[in-house]
Design a protein around this ligand. Structure first.
Ligand SMILES: NC(=O)C1=CN([C@@H]2O[C@H](COP(=O)(O)OP(=O)(O)OC[C@H]3O[C@@H](n4cnc5c(N)ncnc54)[C@H](OP(=O)(O)O)[C@@H]3O)[C@@H](O)[C@H]2O)C=CC1
Ligand SMILES: Nc1nc(=O)c2c([nH]1)NC[C@@H]1CN(c3ccc(C(=O)N[C@@H](CCC(=O)O)C(=O)O)cc3)C=[N+]21
Length: 279
């Protein structure tokens, strides 16, 4: 028996339609929405994301400027760009792509993104507000994880959710959002002892590591709902997730890669951008 596929495509299309309608209203009111994407990496999965943001923004009628500083960019230059975009009246939303050059930390640099334009929830103020249950932009990927589960009617309250990965982009904020929905949450990382023992206790398993095939059958409780966040470029130019095919056999339901969390992430980033432009 293979897992029920939890597609993100319909949900993403609905969110994009909503964003496009709001973008048209803003344009008619003379306050067009504009997203700035700052990138300083040659990472391929980041490049996938930037391309999908540009395409989706274009279709939704949202202006999108990619500021590519190159993988050698000094941290001070990245910070200055974020500061000038924060002060630019024409710019409604800003996302800084990870990974960053020279071991720079996202949570450090993103403090230069004014919270009102922090559409990927990377500023520590946004993350702190999220953790405290106050209004803030959540990182689009973390929000996509819970939105896709809710869209497919997966019950979260009282269930045990295990998140593998603790980045500020996905793992940590996803844990907070699941906690807000009354799941019992465990967070794993590279130092977790006996990963399969921990993950196989999860009714819901969120894999956000970035290693193809890391999650095998032994990591999955039979019938569990698995959200595969990983986007690992393959030699033939495609993308695969973190979940191995044998693990998919054991799961009850699984988000596919491509076509799962990714499209919902892109759509939510646009929705956050129009919301930032309205406020
Ligand atoms: N589909 C989508 O919309 C999105 C996809 N992604 C993809 O998700 C993946 C994760 O992204 P991101 O969070 O930014 O990545 P990071 O590299 O920032 O974080 C990876 C996390 O995985 C943990 N980890 C690494 N190796 C292991 C291991 N062997 N066992 C358990 N945990 C491990 C790390 O632990 P430690 O903290 O100890 O180092 C870290 O917390 C990537 O493939 C990325 O491309 C990201 C965003 C959006
Ligand atoms: N600050 C920050 N936030 C991020 O959210 C972030 C980041 N940095 N750095 C890079 C990773 C990677 N990432 C992806 C998002 C969507 C797809 C995506 O949409 N993928 C499509 C396939 C590509 C397509 O069809 O266009 C899919 O899964 O169906 C891929 C990768 C976000 N990331």
């Amino acid at each position: 028996m293979s897992a029920r596929p939890l597609s993100g495509r319909d949900l993403a299309a609905a969110i994009r339609t909503d964003a496009a309608e709001r973008a048209a209203e803003l344009a008619a009111a003379g306050r067009p929405a504009k997203l700035a994407v700052v990138t300083a990496t040659a990472d391929e999965s980041s490049a996938w994301y930037v391309r999908s943001i540009v395409t989706a923004a274009g279709k939704a009628g949202i202006a999108c400027e990619v500021v590519d500083l190159g993988p050698e960019a000094p941290v001070a230059e990245i910070r200055e760009r974020l500061e000038s975009l924060s002060a630019d009246d024409q710019v409604s939303g800003i996302i800084l792509q990870t990974p960053l050059p020279g071991g720079a930390k996202l949570e450090d640099l993103a403090s230069a993104i004014v919270p009102a334009k922090d559409v990927d929830g990377a500023n520590p103020l946004s993350l702190g507000r999220l953790a405290a249950g106050l209004p803030a932009f959540a990182p689009a990927t973390a929000e996509a994880v819970v939105r896709i589960l809710e869209h497919h009617g997966v019950e979260l309250a009282g269930r045990h959710a295990v998140v593998v990965g603790r980045s500020t982009v996905v793992g940590k904020p996803a844990a907070h959002l699941l906690l807000d929905r009354h799941a019992t949450v465990t967070v794993c990382h590279s130092r977790t002892a006996d990963l399969p023992a921990v993950t196989s206790a999860g009714d819901i398993l969120v894999a956000a590591v970035g290693r193809a095939g890391l999650i095998t059958a032994e990591h999955v409780k039979p019938g569990a709902v698995v959200v595969d966040v990983g986007t690992n470029p393959t030699e033939d130019g495609g993308l695969v997730g973190d979940v191995a095919p044998a693990a998919a056999e054991r799961a009850g339901a699984l988000t596919p890669v491509p076509g799962g969390v990714g499209p919902v992430t892109t759509a939510l980033l646009l929705q956050h951008t129009v919301r930032a432009a309205r406020e």
